[in-house]
Design a protein around this ligand. Structure first.
Ligand code: NAD
Length: 298
């Protein structure tokens, strides 16, 4: 039974609790690897001083500590060259004690992010962004290393018993990291949603949204999706994490999603921000790290 609580009319899909269950379920696999003398090890490369990126990386390190996964953080200076980042990735590729490599996004301007992603050995690509891992997914095989955020969304749906077969799923945003792989996962055989991908050129988005049984918002604009776009009884997955200024807070900001908060009065199920998709992304990163370790230690 998945933990949830009801507030107002929507059931809040608690990503933090579901994510912790997923992390706990990794325990036996980690013990089994350790009994063979293998210690799962994630290397996280971070370039520059972006405060949000540093928070994300710290959260990933804390998850590794919770799970018993070794983590190594490699801090690179803002002005570092693309070649030096690639050299770091190559060094980690050839280090047999490292099973997972993640280069925190975004990289500074002028660095070709795809080039860096594709330099990671596909077996160590725990973010699931390498063209070989994405290509496998496009071919209909979702058993490999999947991008963590869309994989986390699929887990929320599965463990909350939300069946999207034959339903209208709207994904707002077509990024390589979230929207595009999300659409493939939802349309795959066995999941069988009827998928629409909306983006910055989409016309009549509000109308399309009102017909959607499932809305996945991955835009990066605070409360862009309005409450009156939401179909009663639908499921809303809010991927967005937006910092907005709030002088009443010690930090000076607060986090809001891409969906207006009033949507929870209309939808049947909704993910909160924070505490929804974010912790699921981290749990899936832990899961990918264990899968990568198992693949490499076969
Ligand atoms: P991105 O900037 O790469 O993509 C945004 C997408 O939104 C684009 O495809 C664009 O076409 C679409 N878009 C922009 N304006 C639009 C409009 N007016 N109407 C319709 N579509 C529009 O962003 P991303 O990396 O996919 O991230 C999106 C959001 O999700 C951000 O807030 C990011 O912080 C968040 N995010 C959260 C997690 C998590 O773990 N919760 C993980 C990754 C990203």
């Amino acid at each position: 039974m998945v933990p949830f609580e009801s507030i107002m009319s929507a059931t809040v899909l608690d990503g933090k609790k579901i994510g912790r269950l997923i992390e706990e379920e990794l325990h036996n696999r980690i013990i089994s690897l350790q009994s063979k003398g293998v210690s799962p090890h994630l290397a996280v490369v971070i370039v520059g001083d972006d405060p949000a990126s540093h928070v994300y990386v710290r959260n990933k390190e804390m998850a590794c500590e919770r799970c018993g996964i070794q983590s190594t953080r490699i801090d690179l200076e803002e002005g570092i060259s693309e070649q030096e980042i690639l050299d770091t990735v190559h060094r980690l590729n050839s280090d047999d004690s490292v099973h997972g490599i993640l280069v925190q996004s975004p990289l500074p301007d002028g660095i070709n992010e795809s080039l860096v992603t594709d330099a990671i050995s596909p077996e160590k690509d725990v973010d699931g962004f390498h063209k070989m891992n994405l290509g496998r997914l496009v071919q209909g095989d979702a058993s490999g290393l999947l991008p963590c955020t869309p994989a986390g969304v699929m887990k929320i749906l599965e463990l909350s018993n939300i069946d999207v077969s034959g339903k209208n799923a709207l994904i707002i945003g077509r990024s390589r990291i979230v929207g595009m792989p999300m659409s493939i996962l939802l349309a795959q055989r066995g999941i069988d949603a009827t998928v629409t991908i909306a983006h910055s050129r989409t016309e009549n988005l509000s109308e399309i949204c009102r017909r959607a049984d499932l809305v996945v918002a991955a835009i990066g604009r605070p409360e862009f999706v309005k409450s009156d776009w939401i179909k009663p009884g639908s499921t809303v997955i809010d991927v967005g994490i937006n910092r907005i200024i709030d002088s009443s807070r010690k930090s000076g900001y607060r986090l809001v999603g891409d969906v207006e908060s009033g949507a929870s009065d209309i939808a049947e199920n909704i993910t909160p921000v924070p505490g929804g998709v974010g912790p699921m992304t981290i749990a899936m990163l832990m899961s990918n790290t264990i899968m990568a370790t198992e693949i490499q230690s076969q």
